[in-house]
Design a protein around this ligand. Structure first.
Ligand SMILES: C[S@@+](CC[C@H](N)C(=O)[O-])C[C@H]1O[C@@H](n2cnc3c(N)ncnc32)[C@H](O)[C@@H]1O
Length: 373
């Protein structure tokens, strides 16, 4: 049976997430800030968790009510049939988001909600769920918009960027969902070469590899909260995983990752090897402009330093060199550049065909994609 489902993302990625949900078979999509809501069944919920590259969480609204006073809040939650979703043996955690002027503290709302839910179980079953902050079985969010409270059940649990392949981090790693969005927005579809010119811990190139081979990004991940739901259908889940595996394809072009820091290349290799054979991505220790592609079509993404390690003067030269290399060394390429430093990005003196403001780990960045003729 179809129900409302919401997939959340970082601000700026709504369009790319929308495309992914259409491809997944979601129906009646509607775009919100940092989220897409859509209709779908249990199968779509499992598929969304396993396959969406740019989503952070997949949540489902289970209750909506007007909450002007404490008693209303408690009663609505106390008289809800919670056992439809989870049993008394599950651990729970409740958080509160959004804004309301009806209550002073979100901590108080979370505490009252917890009281109502545990009282419900105690009264009906004689026992209550435990509350666990770290790694609860069931995550519940109360989202307030003025007087209206919507209760969401988180079907993912931990953020979906935790794919299970990145155990080692560089100094400024990019979030996996951001990396996937950058690759998708560059236009890369696995039909030509791809270069990550400053790969760091290898997140962008690994996400590009997953896209190139049509590998669902969360197949390696074990933990999903929907596995703790009362209606979890293991056979359905296993058959979806099998179906996703059967849709993987072989990438017949070159995938290159470059960094001038040998430590980073070592980390990137180790991380990517969890999803790709050791020789399928060519890792190069060297300057980003030392590799000259031998064909005239391809895609590249550059995530240069924004100023954490190099002094600004050094960075101006670096961005000038990026501009030079893009024009002279990467003819025929579509190249995406992400940076938080607008002044530095002006050193790339071309008109982008994609220009987006987005957030990478809370830092406002611009992402521009250029086509080099
Ligand atoms: C912001 S980090 C990239 C982070 C990466 N996307 C990740 O997920 O870990 C920038 C990277 O550029 C590399 N770098 C800086 N200057 C370079 C150059 N001239 N040539 C090649 N790599 C360079 C740094 O070693 C660093 O790993």
């Amino acid at each position: 049976m179809d129900r409302e489902i919401v997939a959340t993302c970082f601000p700026g990625f709504e369009d790319v997430l929308e495309n992914e949900i259409v491809a997944l078979g979601g129906k009646n999509l509607s775009k919100r800030k940092s989220a897409i809501s859509f209709m779908g069944d249990k199968e779509i919920i499992y598929r969304a968790n396993l396959s969406l590259r740019t989503a952070l969480r997949v949540i489902i609204p289970i209750l909506r009510f007007s909450a002007k006073r404490d008693k209303e809040l408690y009663d609505k939650l106390f008289y809800f049939k919670w056992e439809k979703y989870f049993t008394k043996d599950r651990s729970i955690f409740i958080d509160v988001t959004g804004t309301t002027t009806n209550f002073n503290h979100t901590n108080y709302i979370a505490m009252r909600a917890k009281d109502a839910i545990v009282d419900y179980y105690r009264k009906k079953f004689g026992e209550r769920p435990s509350v666990e902050k770290d790694n609860p079985d069931i995550k519940i969010t109360l989202h307030f918009k003025n007087d209206i409270c919507t209760v969401y059940l988180n079907t993912s649990g931990d953020s979906l960027h935790k794919r299970g392949y990145r155990s080692l981090r560089g100094e400024a790693p990019i979030n996996e969902t951001v990396a996937a969005a950058l690759v998708l927005m560059s236009g890369f579809d696995g039909e030509s070469d791809f270069i990550d010119l400053m790969c760091g811990s290898g997140t962008i190139v690994t996400e590009a590899w997953l896209i190139a081979n049509s590998i669902a990004p969360n197949l390696l991940r074990d933990d999903f909260s929907f596995k703790n739901f009362k209606d979890f259908d293991e056979n359905l889940f296993e058959s979806i995983k099998k179906d996703l595996k059967s849709k993987e394809r072989e990438f017949n072009h070159k995938m290159i990752a470059i960094d001038n820091d040998p430590k980073m290349i070592e980390i990137a290799q180790k991380n990517s090897q969890k999803v790709a054979n050791s020789d399928s991505i060519k890792f190069i220790i060297g300057e980003f402009d030392s590799y000259k592609p031998d064909n005239e079509k391809g895609f590249a993404v550059i995530n240069p330093p924004y100023g954490e390690r190099l002094k600004p003067e050094g960075l101006i030269d670096l961005y000038k060199r990026i501009d030079f290399h893009m024009k002279r060394g990467l003819k025929g390429y579509s190249i995406g550049v992400i940076t938080s430093n607008e002044e530095l990005s002006k050193e790339i003196r071309m008109k982008p065909f994609v220009k987006k403001t987005l957030f990478n780990g809370g830092i406002e960045c611009s992402y521009k994609v250029y086509k080099i003729y």
